[in-house]
Design a protein around this ligand. Structure first.
Ligand code: NAP
Length: 484
């Protein structure tokens, strides 16, 4: 299979926070990859903007260092770096002051696509949006890209939405959830809606339950103090895990179009039932050979913030009635592994009697570290000796199945930025979606705060707190192993 790279139209992309961690680790190396692949045109420009004093030469050095540090081997081998760096400019600007805005206005071309990436803390989103308009820099065709976290509850999310809506139309706002840019997550939609095979089985008649797991082996490390203000529920569940749940649970949209897809996702979020206290487990990792405890890394010996959450979500509609969606995410677990597992029901009747041990079919969508899809099926064990059955995965690990094409697949950020330039909002969250997600999450958080709930300790390098195991055991089910 030959990979097709379609160049996007020429653009000016301004990265507010162009000197920050996200810009250096993800956005700029990602753009360089798109440049090397031929997708970013030679005439496009990237303008870094922040308060630090740099000239364009100094900024290009910073970007070259970031690419060397975070770009990986493919980028180190790409000979196009000098040409890419020429596409970079820098503007010293203050989101809260007047400095730099006139220079930015003079620099922006009005005959190309213009996009403004807010890679700064959410406290500055409103200031940036307002100045882009009051300085007459943005036009009705400009796009703005905003990072997570999008609020810390429904009230703050509404405030943020209002501050953006005061300046821009919803069709111009691209709220990033980088999970939606992952190759496998998009493949989930292709598998569901591009094959006849699965959709007839995709309901409570054939599916027993769904597991969505996002496990990290690292702890919060140096980000402890920052992370402690949010915790796993706000940092992961409200956005990434809920988006995955939506893609699994939504009705087939009539077309692959931004609003058709997002309308269906929104219906799922609105159909989520409240989570009962016994359907929720929060945890915190303790000290272990891998490193200090969560509390030590957070710098607060009494903090009750969770580094782990597991919960049982239920969707009140015809398709999913009685099918639990078990969600879990945590840090400092035994491996870095994320997957969605669709566990089908047991056979209604075994024709193989005692010899047979037909397991359940499981469709597993592996998000990281190795992206791919497996389908566990039952076959006869080869050889003589009667009808012994075995469960084997039909394995579609992309790196093996698609070879170089999978290797060259864009990372989530680069794909999403190219979608911004193309003006395609399908993989971005709409304002009402984000608010609905908070409306479901807020009562869960308020509930544990009211109960003074204390997170359960779990061993670093384990699968999480024992109570999370019990969450499924009670339903006569068990979590799949967390394995890379
Ligand atoms: P960061 O490293 O602290 O960078 C913040 C950037 O904002 C810097 O370039 C800073 O540069 C600039 N800045 C701060 N105040 C400014 C002002 N008044 N005017 C203009 N520029 C200003 O933060 P980050 O980690 O890159 O995160 C940026 C955003 O992405 C945050 O919303 C974060 O939650 C989100 N995010 C980050 C990650 C990640 O992996 N880092 C992942 C997901 C989401 P100066 O100090 O020079 O002005």
């Amino acid at each position: 299979m030959v990979s097709r790279v379609i160049p996007v139209d020429t653009f000016d992309l301004v990265i507010f926070g162009g000197t920050g961690d996200l810009a250096r680790r993800k956005i700029l190396p990602g753009l360089f990859r798109r440049f090397c692949s031929g997708q970013m045109p030679d005439e496009a420009r990237i303008i870094g903007a922040a308060r630090t004093d740099f000239d364009s030469k100094g900024y290009r050095n910073l970007v070259a260092e970031a690419i060397a540090e975070f770009g990986g081997k493919t980028l180190a081998d790409c000979a196009d770096l000098p040409r890419f760096l020429e596409r970079l400019e820098y503007i010293k600007i203050d989101a809260r002051g007047d400095e730099g805005w006139a220079d930015l206005r003079d620099m922006i071309r009005n005959d190309v696509i213009t996009a403004y990436y807010f890679s700064v803390g959410p406290g500055l989103f409103g200031d940036l949006a307002q100045r882009l308009n009051s300085w007459k820099i943005a036009t009705s065709d400009s796009r703005i890209v905003v990072e997570k976290p999008f609020g810390r509850d429904l009230t703050t999310a509404k405030e943020l939405n209002a501050s953006l809506a005061a300046e821009f139309d919803e069709t111009q706002i691209y709220r990033i959830d980088h999970y939606l840019g992952k190759e496998t997550v998009q493949n989930l939609m292709a598998i569901r809606f591009g094959n006849l095979l699965f959709e007839p089985l995709w309901n409570s008649q054939y599916i027993d339950h769904i597991q969505i797991s996002v496990a990290e082996s690292v702890g919060v490390g140096g980000r402890g103090a920052y992370y402690d203000k949010s915790g796993a529920m706000r940092d992961m569940v409200q956005n990434h895990l809920m988006q995955l749940l939506c893609l699994i649970a939504m009705e087939p949209p009539s077309k692959f179009d931004p609003d058709a897809v997002r309308d269906e996702k929104l219906k799922v979020i609105r159909a989520l039932e409240p989570v009962e206290p016994h359907e929720l487990v929060r945890g915190q990792y303790s000290e272990g050979p891998e490193g200090p405890s969560y509390r030590e890394e957070a710098g607060d010996p009494k903090t009750f913030t969770e580094s782990y959450v597991a919960l049982k979500a239920k969707i009140a509609n015809w398709r999913w009635s009685g099918v639990p969606f078990y969600l879990r995410t945590g840090k400092r677990l035994k491996a870095r592994a994320s997957e969605i597992a669709v566990v089908f029901k047991k056979l209604p009747h075994s024709i193989f009697g005692d010899e047979g041990d037909e397991g359940q079919n499981i469709l597993a969508i592996h998000l990281q570290p190795n992206e791919g899809i497996t389908l566990d099926v039952t076959i006869k064990e080869p050889g003589p000796g009667g009808m012994r059955l075995a469960h084997v995965p039909l394995d579609m690990t992309f790196a093996e199945t698609l070879g170089d094409q999978a290797e060259d697949a864009p990372d989530a950020y680069e794909r999403l930025i190219m979608d911004v330039i193309r003006g395609n909002q399908t993989l971005f969250m709409r304002g009402d979606e984000v608010e609905a997600a908070w409306a479901w999450t807020d009562p869960i958080i308020e509930g544990w705060q009211r109960r003074n709930d204390v997170p359960k300790l779990y061993d670093a390098g384990s699968s999480g707190p024992d109570d999370a195991l019990a969450l499924l055991h009670r339903d006569l089910r068990k979590w799949r192993d967390i394995e890379p």
